[in-house]
Write a protein that binds this ligand. Structure first.
Ligand SMILES: NC(=O)c1ccc[n+]([C@@H]2O[C@H](COP(=O)([O-])OP(=O)(O)OC[C@H]3O[C@@H](n4cnc5c(N)ncnc54)[C@H](O)[C@@H]3O)[C@@H](O)[C@H]2O)c1
Ligand SMILES: [Zn+2]
Length: 286
């Protein structure tokens, strides 16, 4: 299929009259102040591929390698939590809650679609606001873990809060050696944010629910991708599935994506403005 740079109005008309499954990525949250991985301003490993794992992101294998990695992860994550914690949904998140697609699949872990009121939602990579015990699988709230980390490391922030963060966003290893990590309150197991790390698989039942929704669209529906480079196969596979079934795929993204060749339409536009217009178009069609 050849990608067409059509006028936005033609694409809005197409999407206004169809059942849609929407797949979102980090790009829908940049207007809320949460940086993406692969936008124009994102860090890139020198000489590294555009599609490579971004620098400084810990893999699942590193995380489970032992206490040193877990200390480093949680020390750094504890510092970053404040920023993620204060972000609020933007106009695009609110528009999607109004559009209420057949299914909203998000690769984001920020919880902003939920905060905007989207209900028919699969967060394929989980949410940073949830925590899971790797031993007993009990899930709990990140906020209560952060409160425990605050208590356990009362003077750590004072001593290292500024110095620990290097300009590349990484945390000095020496500074994390005395960070105290909290264990599962039930079994003493290792706690991990309930998000899918690089090197980890998306739970099968989440994938199945997304495939079912895409399959149900047929040729009368459409898949809309908003704000994702489709770098990660966990999102790209739904675009492949739709294209194979003849379901038109629309991509709204600033910059190249790995699904461009599969799209019926590609628009290089801001997601917030586009989604607000789409919500309006669907309102007047009803
Ligand atoms: N907010 C979050 O939860 C968050 C943030 C960063 C990374 N992640 C995780 O990392 C992975 C990154 O993959 P991805 O494809 O979601 O993100 P990505 O960073 O690979 O791609 C985001 C794309 O959105 C574009 N973009 C940024 N702002 C935009 C805007 N306002 N309008 C239109 N386009 C815009 C960028 O140019 C880029 O091409 C995800 O799987 C996710 O789990 C999540
Ligand atoms: Zn446990």
């Amino acid at each position: 299929m050849t990608t067409t740079q059509a006028p936005a109005s033609e694409v809005l008309d197409l999407l206004a009259g169809r059942d849609v499954v929407v797949l979102t990525g980090a790009g829908v949250s940049t207007d809320s102040g949460i940086p993406d991985y692969r936008g124009p301003g994102a860090q890139r490993t020198s000489g590294g591929s555009r599609w490579a794992r971004p620098p400084g992101v810990m893999t699942f294998q590193e995380f489970v390698s032992g206490p040193v990695a877990q200390q480093r992860y949680w020390a750094r994550s504890h510092l970053g939590w404040a920023r993620m914690g204060v972000a609020a949904p933007n106009a695009g998140h609110h528009a999607l809650a109004e559009i209420d697609p057949a299914l909203l699949i998000t690769q984001n872990v920020d919880g902003l679609h939920e905060a905007a009121g989207s209900r028919r939602l699969v967060a394929i990579h989980g949410r940073v606001a949830d925590v899971v015990c790797l031993a007993c699988r009990r899930t709990s709230k990140r906020a209560s873990l952060e409160a425990r980390l605050d208590d356990l490391n009362a003077d750590w922030m004072v001593r290292h809060g500024q110095a620990a963060m290097r300009p590349d966003g990484d945390v000095d290893l020496d500074a994390t050696a005395d960070f105290v990590v909290a264990d599962c309150e039930d079994c003493g197991g290792v706690l991990k944010p309930d998000v899918v790390f690089f090197g980890e698989n998306v739970p099968a039942e989440r994938v199945a629910r997304c495939y079912d929704a895409v399959d149900a669209l047929g040729t009368d529906g459409a898949v809309l991708v908003a704000g994702s480079s489709l770098t990660v196969m966990s999102g790209l596979r739904f675009v492949k599935r739709a294209a194979k079934a003849g379901t038109p795929v629309v991509i709204v993204n600033r910059g190249v994506t790995r699904g461009d060749d599969l799209a019926a339409y590609k628009l290089e536009l801001g997601t917030s403005d586009f989604l607000v217009e789409l919500a309006q178009r669907r309102r007047t069609k009803m």
